[in-house]
Structures are given as C-alpha cells and as structure tokens.
Write a protein that binds this ligand. Structure first.
Ligand code: ACO
Length: 401
C-alpha cells in the first residue's frame, strides 16, 4: 500500500509518531539492519565480512553503486576521486576566518556547504553523469576538509593530499604530516582507520541520513544536503556520542575510577546524566559494530604498545551494565561509539575530531542514500503535525496588551 495516498482516502487522518520510532520514510536497497538479532549488512554483505576482507574505498563503491567493484572499476573510481580532490584555495580564507576554538564539526559543516559556491554546477544532477561528478568531487575534497579542520586547530600548514597513496593512507598523511618531516605510514593505523570507517559507512535511516534525504528531497544540492547531515551527526545523542564517551571515561578516571557511582547516576531519573555510548534506537540486543570494535581496540592498543587505563574503565562499565537490572531490562548495550574513541585516541586524533572521523566514514552512506532518493524520484519530505495551539483569536494592538 502506498500510504502517501491514504490521506485523501481517510478524510485527513494522519499518524503521530514522535521520533519516527515506527515510521518508515522510504524503501531502500542499501543497508539491512535487524536490531533484535544484531544483524547489519551493506547491500547484502555482512558487516563482519566487510570489516575483515574489504577496504574502505571498495565499501564506499559498494554502498553508492550497489555492487562490489571490479579491479578496473575501483581503479577508475579512485582515479576520478584523485582528479577531483583539489579544494579551491579561497576555501582556506573561509577556514581562516573561524576562531581557533571553533568545534571542527561546525567548521566542517560550513566548509562542505561552501563547496557548493565553488562548484555551482554540482547542484544540477539531472543526469547520472552529473551525479557521478558531484560524488567523486565530494569523495575527493571531503578528506582534505577533514584534515584542514584538524590542522587549523593545531596551527599546522594546510596541504593537499598525496595522489600516490591509497584513500585511507592519504587521509592519515594529510592529517598528521608535520612540516619538514617525512611522514611514515604505520600499517597498524591504516588498517584500524580503514576498519573504523567501514563500520561507520551506513546505518539506514538514522538521524543524519534522514536529514540528508529530507534536505536532498527539496533538490538542494548534494553538498548542501551533506552539510545538513553533518550538523545532525554533531549532536551527542548521535555521532557526537563518541566525543562524549571519551569525555565521560576521562571524567570517571579523574574522579577515582568509581564506575558504580556513574552507573547509579545513569539510573537516577532525577539526574540528566546518561551513560554515553550505551543504548541504541534500533539495536536491542547488541550492536554488531561494537563487537568488532571492541576486539579492534584491544588489538590496536596491543600493537601500538599503548596501555590505556580508560580501556579498563570502559570494560568495567560494560561488565556492570551486562548484569544490571536497569540496563538489561531496557536492553541497553554498548553501541559502536563506546570503543571507537579509545582507538582514535591511541591513533593520536584529538577528542574534538572524533565525530569528524565518524562523518568521514558515513560520507559514502549519505551519498548512497541521497543518490537512491534522487534516482527513485522520491517526493519532497514533508511530515504533517497535529496542531495543539490556541484556537482563532483577535489581534490586540501593542498598546492594549
Ligand atoms: N543511560 C541511561 N539510561 C538510558 C540510556 C543511557 N545511555 N539510554 C537510554 N536510557 C533509558 C532511557 O532513560 C529510557 O528509560 P525509561 O524507559 O525508564 O524512560 C529507556 O532507556 C529508553 O531510552 P530512550 O531514550 O527512549 O531510547 P531512544 O531509542 O529514544 O534513544 C539513544 C536511543 C538516543 C541512543 C539513547 O539510548 C541515548 O541517549 N544513549 C546515549 C547516547 C549515545 O550513545 N548515542 C549514540 C547512539 S549510536 C549512534 O548514533 C552512532
């Protein structure tokens, strides 16, 4: 049944579903998610297999275009991305105008939106070719913006990528290369980042993705739609949780490491504190991404020889939550972001950049969802409401109020 046609047939009856907990906004062929069983698949491939065997660019291609690329297709995709990776130098002036203390997510959202001004042709995506051009351009330029937001904060010179490197290797080099020093890639970091980006690749109709689809449904351009998605991701109830988790773990450590005290706070309904990194709108059993990340965090820390007491606090909280009636009865389990920050920290990525890294991983998912929405010629997203305000009343001039 096409429910969009039901309104006329039912005399204007509409559904109220705050938070869209039970509302499907579209049909989609991209990501399959079964929350009760902890299943996540991109285009039919399990997240476990993709995280183990694929690389991020392959997964990006899979998400966006629907099939795993052949070697030739992957090469062409990468070559087109590289060709389109030069950000207009004037974007640096915009970046310069931000205060140094600005949060990187705000900066990234603004710069992504600004790319439209420098590429006005990207808004017209009426042909598949035009759509492809906009896609490779943002896949090429987004990592540059990501690295610039970090380097600006650290007072480092802004640079472009190294086209001889793989996509993820290039991201690392752009972020970490110090002036007058050769940058040596660490394969452990490359693999860890690759895996993290794959795990964040897509997650069907979450808050930021729904935002991208709704904004794009008005036929605003891809970059403007992505910019809106970045803003949605920023919030601590969504992507911002990875920063919030690490800040919470730090605070617990500073406070003597008493995890029980924070468990009690999280359960106290008069206390606004929530255990960040716990709970998920859809996963009510376990988050398959969290399982993969927990193992990866152990491996990366061991490989890098890092002994982080914060990992112990995180494991302690998880253990307590597993047997706690409040958490068990509400089906609250660690989500993908509970452990990702620990890896990012070990990689030397500043806390404020964590959600930016999430955005980098989610980029292909947003693009895929936007492309699907446009190719399916979906109508403009425009929910209804039930009005509960004042009934009609007469205007009172200001002197009589
Ligand atoms: N700590 C303590 N209690 C919690 C938590 C938490 N982290 N999460 C949910 N609850 C409680 C709620 O208070 C509520 O309790 P009640 O039934 O007694 O009122 C119950 O569990 C259900 O929670 P809701 O908020 O109704 O669940 P919803 O699906 O709306 O929210 C969300 C999901 C936003 C993820 C929530 O669990 C949360 O705030 N978690 C912490 C933030 C976080 O980690 N976000 C990242 C999500 S993953 C991602 O975006 C990649």
């Amino acid at each position: 049944i096409d429910i969009s046609k039901l309104r006329g047939a039912t005399n204007g009856v509409i559904t109220i579903d705050p938070g869209f907990k039970n509302t499907g906004s579209c049909v989609s062929e991209i990501t399959f998610l079964e929350g009760e069983k902890g299943i996540l698949r991109y285009r039919g491939y399990s997240i476990e297999e993709l995280a183990e065997k694929a690389d991020f660019l392959e997964v990006a291609y899979l998400l966006i275009f629907g099939e795993l690329p052949t070697e030739e297709e992957l090469e062409k995709f990468h070559a087109d991305i590289k060709k389109n990776s030069v950000v207009d130098d004037d974007v640096k002036k915009i970046l310069d105008a931000f205060p140094k203390a600005a949060h990187p997510m705000g900066v990234l959202s603004s710069l992504t939106s600004a790319l439209t001004a420098f590429n006005p042709g990207s808004v017209d995506v009426s042909s598949e070719e035009a759509m492809y051009n906009a896609i490779v351009r943002i896949m090429g330029q987004f990592p540059v913006l990501v690295s610039w937001t970090m380097r600006k904060k650290q007072g480092l010179p802004l640079d472009y990528g190294d086209n001889s490197l793989g996509y993820v290797e290039n991201v690392l080099k752009m972020m970490f290369k110090q002036p007058n020093e050769e940058y040596k890639l660490n394969p452990i970091l490359v693999e860890a980042l690759d895996k993290l980006l794959i795990l964040h690749g897509d997650h069907e109709q979450n808050c930021s993705t729904s935002t991208v689809r709704v904004v794009g449904s008005s036929h605003a351009g891809l970059f403007a739609s992505l910019s809106a998605g970045i803003s949605a991701l920023w919030g601590p109830l969504h992507g911002g949780a990875n920063q919030a988790v690490l800040e919470m773990l730090e605070a617990i450590k500073e406070d003597g490491g008493d995890t029980k005290k924070y468990m009690a706070k999280a359960k106290d309904k008069n206390d606004p504190f929530r255990l960040m990194g716990f709970g998920h709108r859809v996963y009510k059993n376990f988050d398959p991404r969290a399982k993969i990340i927990k193992v990866a965090a152990d491996e990366v820390l061991a490989d890098l020889g890092v002994n982080d007491p914060i990992l112990e606090i995180a494991k302690g909280l998880e253990q307590e939550a597993l047997t706690d009636e409040y958490f068990v009865s509400r089906k609250l389990y660690p989500n993908v972001d509970f452990y990702s920050g620990i890896i990012y920290r070990a990689m030397g990525i500043p806390v404020e950049m964590f959600t930016v890294m999430f955005a980098l991983g989610r980029l292909p998912g947003w693009i895929a969802q936007w492309r699907e929405m446009r190719l399916r010629k979906e109508p403009i997203g425009r929910p209804r409401q039930i009005y509960i305000g004042a009934t009609e009343r007469a205007f009172v001039p200001v002197e009589n109020r």
